[in-house]
Design a protein around this ligand. Structure first.
Ligand code: SF4
Length: 172
């Protein structure tokens, strides 16, 4: 079977028991782009028809944005930004969210403006700062290495963990 056919079988097996909740862990990461779109549309269709909820885990924020009502952006096991889909997809962004969004090709923003993150540097024991400090292109300074980021709240229910003031986070 092709990758798309195997994924359809997996989805059929998951819904056979009439679940209310399904965990979709990287459901399209191994598929061609054209097949990805078909599987994402299938998942959206099943969600609406069967009234099932998904917990979707993906490195591709465009896939998440297509299916999710709420998005939590995680880095090294920490939630760095969380909110309703439209809030997380609109500025201001956590610097990691900004990097993930820059990897999504659009007509206005092509791969040429993609933010390429450096490799993670080894951390010292007892590191107490921001989990993203070792790769952050917007790093402010030593405070990022020593102090847990402040929780910014651009809108009720939308939070961003970062020392940057909201006004300094990237525009859309
Ligand atoms: S706290 Fe500092 S290192 Fe962490 S995301 Fe914000 S600017 Fe970057």
């Amino acid at each position: 079977m092709s990758g798309g056919e195997k994924q359809r079988v997996g989805i059929a097996r998951a819904i056979a028991t009439d679940p209310q909740f399904i965990v979709c862990d990287e459901p399209v990461s191994a598929l061609d782009v054209s097949v990805q779109a078909a599987i994402v549309n299938l998942l959206a269709d099943l969600r609406d028809r069967l009234d099932v909820a998904y917990l979707l885990i993906s490195h591709d924020i465009s896939v998440v944005a297509h299916l999710a009502d709420r998005i939590a952006v995680m880095y090294r096991g920490r939630i760095v930004e969380v909110g309703r889909r439209d809030e997380v997809m609109a500025a201001p962004h956590h610097p990691y969210t900004e990097a993930l969004l820059s990897a999504v090709p659009t007509i206005a923003r092509t791969n040429h403006s993609r933010i390429r993150l450096p490799l993670e540097a080894r951390r010292s024991a007892g590191f107490a700062g921001c989990v993203f400090a070792g790769r952050c292109p917007r790093r402010i300074g030593p405070i990022c290495d020593t102090t847990e980021p402040l929780v910014r709240t651009p809108r009720p229910g939308h939070t961003i963990a970062c020392h940057l003031p909201l006004g300094a986070m990237a525009p859309a």
